[in-house]
Design a protein around this ligand. Sequence first.
Ligand SMILES: C[S@@+](CC[C@H](N)C(=O)[O-])C[C@H]1O[C@@H](n2cnc3c(N)ncnc32)[C@H](O)[C@@H]1O
Length: 394
Amino acid sequence: MKEISFFATCPKGLEYLLEDELSALGANTTKQTVAGVTFKGPIELGYKVCLWSRFANRILLPVAHYPVNNADELYKGASKVLWAEHLAVNGTFRVDFSGASEELTNSHFAAQKIKDAVVDQFRNKTGQRPSIEKRDPDLRINAVMRRGYVTIGIDLSGQSLHKRGYRVEGAAAPLKENLAAAILVRAKWPEIAKAGGSLVDPMCGTGTLLIEGLMIAADIAPGLWRKNFGFQRWKQYDSKAWQKLYQEAETRAKEGKQKLLSTFHGFDIDETAIAQARACAARVSFSNFINFQTVAIKALTAREVKKKFGLCVVNPPYGERLEEQENLLPLYRILAHTLKENFLNWEAGMITGNMEIAKKMGLRAYKKYAVFNGTIPCEILLFHIKPEWFVTKR
Ligand SMILES: C[S@@+](CC[C@H](N)C(=O)[O-])C[C@H]1O[C@@H](n2cnc3c(N)ncnc32)[C@H](O)[C@@H]1O
C-alpha cells in the first residue's frame, strides 16, 4: 500500500493529544510542529482520521513544498503540480492561503497567484478552466507560507473538522468541539467513563462538553453526522474505502451506545442555552442520554445527578465583557463551593481564560495545561475534589 505524508492541523496546545490520537488510529512516523502534526500512512488513513479525529481541524495532503521569494516563484511552483489529478476541468475550487514572507505580505494576493497557476494550467491544456467557488467548492487547496517555504496541500477535510454537524445556529460563545474533547481527555474522562462514572457540566451552555463526552464514552466517531468531507469530491476519491470505514463507525456507535455505563447531566442558569443544548443533542439522537436542566450553580446539589462518582467539567464565563468582571470571583467561588459540598471525591476539569480569578476560587489544581480558545490564551485546570486540595482562608 502506498505510504502518503499528511499534515493534520489543530488548535495550539493540542499537538500532543493529536499526535497520540493519530498513532492510535494507525499513523506512522508522527512529528509535532506548532498547531499541527505530520504523519504517514495509506490514503484510507487520511479518510479515517477525518472521521475519527476529535482534535484535528484539517487533514492536508501536501502536493508541493518549495522556497519562495516572490509572487513569480509562487506561481511557477504551483504550476508544476498536476492539477488534473485532483480536480475535473468543469469542477470548482478555492485557495486558502496563510502565513507571509517579506515580499509576500498579502495572503489574498498570494492565494490569487496559486489560483492563476491552476486555471492557466487547465486552460493551456484543454482550453477550458475550473471555476472559483468560495462556499462549497469541489476542492480546497491549502497553502501555508513559513520561513521562506510554501507548502501547498489538498484539504481532505473540507470544512474544519471541529464542525461535527450538531451545532444549532445562533448559540452564544460555544466552546469549540475539539477543544471540548481535549479538556475531557486531559481530565481522564475516557478512564472515568470506562469505570461507569457520570459526566456533569454545571454551566453547560449549548452542551458541547456533554455531547463530546458522550461520543467519547460510547466510541462514537465525531465525524459520523457530517454531511460531507473534502475528499468525497476529490478526483482520486475511493468511495469503497470510505463506505467500509463509515459502516464500521456506525456499528461501533450502535454497540457503544448499548454498552454505555455513564449518565450525563448539563445545567445552566440560562433557559435559552438549555433549549439550544437540547436541540444540539436531538440532532445527533442523544436526547435520551443527556439530562439538561435550567438550574443556577448555587442551587445545584448532587441530588440532580444521583451518582456517587464521576467528572465535573466546566467552561465558566471568563469575564471578557466588562459587566461580567465584578461578578466573576463570587461565581468561581460558588462553583468551587458546590464542587466541595456536592461532588466530594469526584474529579473536575475547567477551562478558563481568567487564571487570576481561578487562583482565588479556593481549590488547588493538580495539573494545568496551556491552550488557546480561539485567540484567548487559556488554561485547562484539573482538580481532585478532596479536602487535601481545598484552600481555606488564612
Ligand atoms: C462560556 S459559557 C459555556 C459555553 C458552553 N461550554 C458551550 O459550549 O456552549 C458559560 C455559561 O455559564 C452560564 N452561567 C453563568 N452564570 C451561571 C450560574 N450562576 N449558574 C449556572 N450557569 C451559569 C452561562 O449561562 C453560560 O451558558
